[in-house]
Design a protein. Structure first.
Length: 161
């Protein structure tokens, strides 16, 4: 829900695939700032103002080991209008749901033979997204390492400095 008199169209309902990642560029655009080139998310402002924008085919979410999901090292979720797949990097197990036939996500189709093609297609889309994302966000990763907020996995020798 968004409220901004004079800037945001009231009473609009949007039925599209959006992501929490999109809040960053949306806030930057509302503040009159450009999003950095390495930021892969999209501004949601066109949805808020009633402008036409290209719909996404997929949205993704990631979750790395923490205290809530302590049983998994890293998981990725992909969703389109019909399917939702959750992939666990350290396991052959996962989850696959047909959101049209099963909007409550009760019937996990991960192991069903008739849905293996869908499962492979969605896992392949995760792989393509990871590659594209890595290429796009390399500037961010480099900036974080240079700022000292992270550590580089590559140890520099005195000759390489």
């Amino acid at each position: 829900m968004v409220w901004s008199p004079g800037r945001v169209q009231s009473g609009r309902v949007v039925d599209d695939l959006v992501s929490l990642f999109d809040f960053g560029p949306t806030i930057l655009e509302l503040a009159g700032l450009q999003k950095p080139k390495w930021m892969e998310a999209r501004s949601l402002l066109p949805y808020l103002t009633g402008e036409q924008t290209e719909a996404r085919e997929f949205v993704f979410a990631e979750h790395a080991g923490d205290r809530i999901l302590s049983g998994t090292e890293f998981m990725t979720m992909i969703r389109d209008r019909r399917w939702k797949l959750v992939h666990f990097v350290e396991s052959d197990e996962g989850q696959l749901f047909d959101l049209i036939a099963d909007p409550q996500e009760i019937d996990d189709l991960w192991d069903k033979a008739e849905h293996q093609d869908t499962k492979r297609l969605l896992i392949n889309e995760i792989l393509k997204w990871r590659i594209r994302s890595d290429l796009k966000t390399q500037g961010w990763t480099e900036a974080i390492v240079q700022a000292g907020a992270g550590h580089s996995p590559i140890k520099k020798t005195p000759e390489a400095r």
